[in-house]
Write a protein that binds this ligand. Structure first.
Ligand code: 13P
Ligand code: SF4
Length: 366
């Protein structure tokens, strides 16, 4: 029987243990009608309820494979959008707190990307024949749709090298948004000279570039970054290596180029998790990625004598993902169990169709 939607106000003041109890009770009522997908950065008090966990690529695939009526996404907004786009029409993707965005994704928007495309048209002629637009999955659905419409593609931190290869089989140049660091590191690993990877500043005319710079560039890197990963610096690695000469450094490719170059391993959150988990016991690790994941690994691997340390001296969490707390999860699940769908993420059909083209190209290539 459906009852009236419960307002979040009544959950805001719940103690954590009360919220946990209500999450468990609501899940029992929902049974297999709801599946909980959690990104690796999710806080521990929410992560413990996950049915499925992963990085962005794994979660995008899982979202297309689950049959549950409700996909409750404990991550950020763009991830729930991907779940909506990739799931079946009868399924609903839910984001427990609509304010859980991604600051990097917000650094690009359709108006600015379209302006960039117009300016590139003025300089180069027909960009559809010269440039492949590649959007990192950390972007709004309308930007994925832009890529779908213009022969472009989506990439994740796992498959960026493969996707870049594909992009260059299509056209001579790549416009990569919104993360300059992932684009630069991926291009660097392929041997593209740094002066052929130029930064496009969307707040300046022609990205702040001369026609010669645009003509010479292999990759135009959107001026965007992750506020968490920008905290990691090469000096942190240098200092740590002096104290731990036998240790290993592993970083996420959203970190800057110097950090990536000076790391022993670079890869997605799933790669980081698998690499450290599979490493021999008693090894020592410095990790350049979000704190919740690093803390979880440190705790889980302590019994094997592994020491896992966070790269930055300051605390840096994904503060937006952190908004999905037990109170929001309890509120969401209780409403769903009562028959009230709250915080559904619904990408407009035309946009979803084009975004799906770009996402399916990615899944086919990677
Ligand atoms: P992953 O795809 O590696 O999970 O990265 C997503 C992300 O937002 C990292 O900041
Ligand atoms: Fe976005 Fe950075 Fe959070 Fe990843 S860690 S979701 S890039 S703000």
């Amino acid at each position: 029987m459906q009852v009236a939607t419960i307002a979040f106000d009544r959950f805001n003041t719940l103690r954590d243990d009360e919220a946990q109890e209500r999450i468990r009770a609501a899940r029992a009522r929902l049974g297999n009608k709801a599946v909980l997908l959690c990104h690796h950065y999710q806080r521990a008090d929410v992560y413990q309820h996950a049915d499925l966990t992963g990085d962005s690529l794994k979660l995008a695939r899982l979202a297309s494979q689950t049959d549950a009526e409700f996909i409750v996404f404990c991550g950020v907004h763009f991830m729930a959008e991907v779940a909506d786009i990739m799931s079946k029409p009868e399924q609903t993707a839910i984001l427990p707190d609509l304010a859980a965005g991604c600051s990097m994704a917000d650094m690009a928007n359709l108006a600015k990307v379209e302006r960039c495309w117009r300016e590139l048209t003025e300089v180069l002629g027909r960009p559809d024949e010269i440039i492949t637009p590649v959007t990192y999955i950390n972007s709004a659905a309308d930007l994925k749709a832009f890529c779908g419409e213009h022969g472009g593609i989506v990439c994740t931190s796992t498959n960026a090298p493969t996707i870049l290869d594909w992009a260059f089989t299509q056209r001579d140049k790549v416009l990569f948004f919104p993360d300059q660091h992932l684009g630069r590191w991926t291009g660097y690993k392929k041997g593209i000279p740094l002066d052929e990877m130029v930064v496009w500043d969307p707040d300046l005319e022609y990205g702040g570039l001369t026609p010669e710079q645009i003509a010479k560039a292999k990759i135009l890197l959107w001026k965007g970054h992750c506020s968490v990963h920008q905290m990691f610096q090469e000096s942190h690695i240098r200092r740590w290596r002096m104290q731990h000469p036998d240790g290993f450094v592993i970083s996420h490719p959203e970190s800057n180029l110097d950090v990536c170059i000076h790391s022993d391993y670079v890869g997605s959150t799933e790669y980081i998790l698998k690499t450290i988990t599979a490493a021999p016991p008693n090894t020592h690790w410095l990790v350049g990625t979000e704190l919740n994941l690093v803390n979880r690994l440190a705790e889980e691997l302590k019994p094997q004598g592994k020491v896992v340390q966070f790269m930055a001296p300051t605390v840096c969490m994904c503060s937006t993902m952190q908004r999905i707390d037990p109170q929001h999860l309890a509120w969401t699940l209780e409403n769903l169990a009562d028959g009230n769908v709250v915080n559904a993420i619904r990408v407009p059909p035309h946009e979803a169709e084009l975004a799906k083209v770009a996402l399916e190209r990615m899944l086919a290539v990677s």
